[in-house]
Design a protein around this ligand. Structure first.
Ligand code: SPD
Length: 287
């Protein structure tokens, strides 16, 4: 990438050295190393402005609705109580934007390890992070895994993990120790959701994540949707609780409200997204 160029150039995510997904950038708006990763924001005719971390696509204006609505609403329409929410990662602001659409939410802590992601996103991705000034939101720049370890038991109703792929600083967010800390932080009736990778091209990681979470929570349910900029295009999230909430028993009033502002999510998606593809069912059965 050649800095703040006026000339169009292709920007590629190379996934695992085996596959690449490219977008023609009309301009590189931001491209700097932080203490954790390379933070890049481009503008593009196809997807609008888009964020990459270490050259992996994170979000794009014309593609972000599915990911952000799907990481948030299935948890927020099913948990018994949704007053206190913890978001780990999510530095572009899309996840907290969707959380704060629910009026029952009283307080959100967003814990992002990399301050540069938030600073750059606030400046260059204002259409994604539209809720930065909501008085219910507190943003802190510390290690999310450490923050959850130190959180008082039962101090949140929901934990949402909007991390990157399981490489670099996000690796710990896929480990059993981290999920045990999340389970403590939400207490017995809480709900935890994490991004779950591609069920096709990252199937081993996806299945491994479901198995890891199943060691910690009594009910674990992967769910699926399209995110065109991520490897394979088919994406997943994993919903988990040790309480009585269930994905198939959403609170109708909350679903209706989420539908009103969503571009992708609705009640039918809530019902259908938790259908597990055969390839994942079989991989989970094989030991
Ligand atoms: N393959 C990329 C997965 C990244 C998930 N988090 C993206 C951050 C969007 N808020």
């Amino acid at each position: 990438m050649s800095g703040h160029t006026a000339e169009a150039e292709w920007v590629d995510e190379v996934s695992d050295g085996k596959m690449r997904f490219g977008v023609l950038a009309s301009r590189i708006l931001f491209d700097k190393p932080s203490p954790f990763q390379q933070v890049t924001i481009i503008d593009s005719p196809a997807l609008g402005r888009a964020l990459l971390l270490d050259r992996l696509w994170m979000t794009a204006e014309k593609d972000e609705c599915t990911y952000h609505e799907m990481i948030v609403h299935p948890a927020l329409v099913t948990a018994k109580q949704i007053k206190r929410v913890l978001v780990i990662g999510g530095g572009d602001g899309g996840t907290v934007r969707e959380v704060l659409r629910h009026p029952e939410v009283e307080h959100v802590d967003m814990i992002e390890i990399d301050e540069m992601v938030v600073t750059a996103s606030r400046e260059y991705l204002p259409t994604i992070g539209t809720a930065w000034n909501d008085p219910r939101l507190n943003v802190a720049f510390v290690d999310g895994a450490k923050f959850v370890e130190d959180a008082a038991p039962g101090s949140y109703d929901i934990v949402l993990i909007d991390g990157s792929d399981p490489v670099g600083p996000a690796t710990v967010l896929f480990e059993e120790r981290f999920f045990k800390a999340c389970a403590r932080a939400v207490g017995p009736e809480g709900v935890v959701v994490t991004q779950g990778g591609s069920p096709t091209v990252q199937q081993a990681e996806h299945v491994g994540l479901i198995r890891t979470m199943s060691q910690v929570f009594s009910h674990v349910a992967p769910y699926y949707g399209p995110v065109g900029i991520y490897p394979g295009g088919a994406w997943s999230w994993v919903w988990a609780t040790s309480g009585s909430a269930r994905p198939e028993q959403p609170i109708a009033e909350r679903v209706k409200r989420a539908e009103a502002t969503s571009q992708y999510y609705n009640g039918q998606i809530q019902r259908g997204a938790f259908s597990v593809p055969n390839m994942v069912v079989r991989a989970l059965e094989a030991r």
